[in-house]
Design a protein around this ligand. Structure first.
Ligand code: IMP
Ligand code: MG
Length: 185
């Protein structure tokens, strides 16, 4: 066991955690509920769970293990933020799923809906590929988006307006590994 890892988790450079907003147990309970909701919601047919990287990687891996039906997993990589905490609205696709989307139920999994700009661009792009259905599952929703092309059908938690990190969410690529969700000072 390395010494000093506790303080590393709470501070990276000048950035400090303010408080834990959702602890690991609360997240696990809600993710299990979401898995059950998704299992119940989907009719027959191929289900492709499409994770938006990198933010969704921990959420997606926990979520799919709580979905009790056949499914496939793939990922999208879209870059929308720079190093800061403000959405630029510019979305670039850096990785496009290899899996065929046409005729499948697509469940797009996102870590957090903030301005909604990332999702609005992706929804337009994915609809053009003729999926059988397209829905969004977001772990966190800030409910500040002015316009959403498609409202999330499945939401883990309503999020405070603070900048959140942990359980996949980053600040300049730090804090993704935390097992809980915390706000920054
Ligand atoms: P949107 O396009 O403004 O909705 O931004 C969505 C993306 O911005 C998310 O997928 C996150 O990667 C990032 N983001 C937005 N709010 C936060 C936050 O509070 N903490 C960490 N990342 C965030
Ligand atoms: Mg990010």
């Amino acid at each position: 066991m390395l010494s000093g890892t506790g303080s590393l988790q709470k501070q990276t450079g000048d950035t400090k955690l303010a408080r834990i907003v959702f602890d690991a147990e609360t997240i696990a309970r809600r993710v299990a509920e979401l898995g059950a909701e998704i299992t119940a919601a989907y009719p027959e047919g191929d289900l492709l769970v499409l994770g938006l990287l990198k933010g969704s990687f921990i959420f997606l891996s926990d979520l799919v293990r709580r979905i009790d039906r056949p499914l496939q997993v793939d990922f999208l990589v879209a870059a929308s933020y720079g190093e800061g905490t403000v959405s630029s609205g510019n979305v670039r696709l850096l990785y496009d799923p290899e899996t065929e989307l046409a005729g499948k139920h697509i469940l797009l999994v996102e870590d957090i809906i903030d301005t909604g700009k990332t999702l609005n661009r992706l929804v337009t792009l994915l609809r053009a590929r003729n999926p059988r259905s397209l829905e969004i599952c977001a772990l966190l929703h800030k409910h500040i988006a002015v316009h959403l092309e498609l409202e999330a059908a499945f939401v883990g938690f309503d999020a405070p307006r603070a900048f959140l990190v942990g359980y996949g969410l980053d600040h300049s690529e730090n804090f993704r590994h935390l097992p809980y969700i915390a706000s920054l000072t």
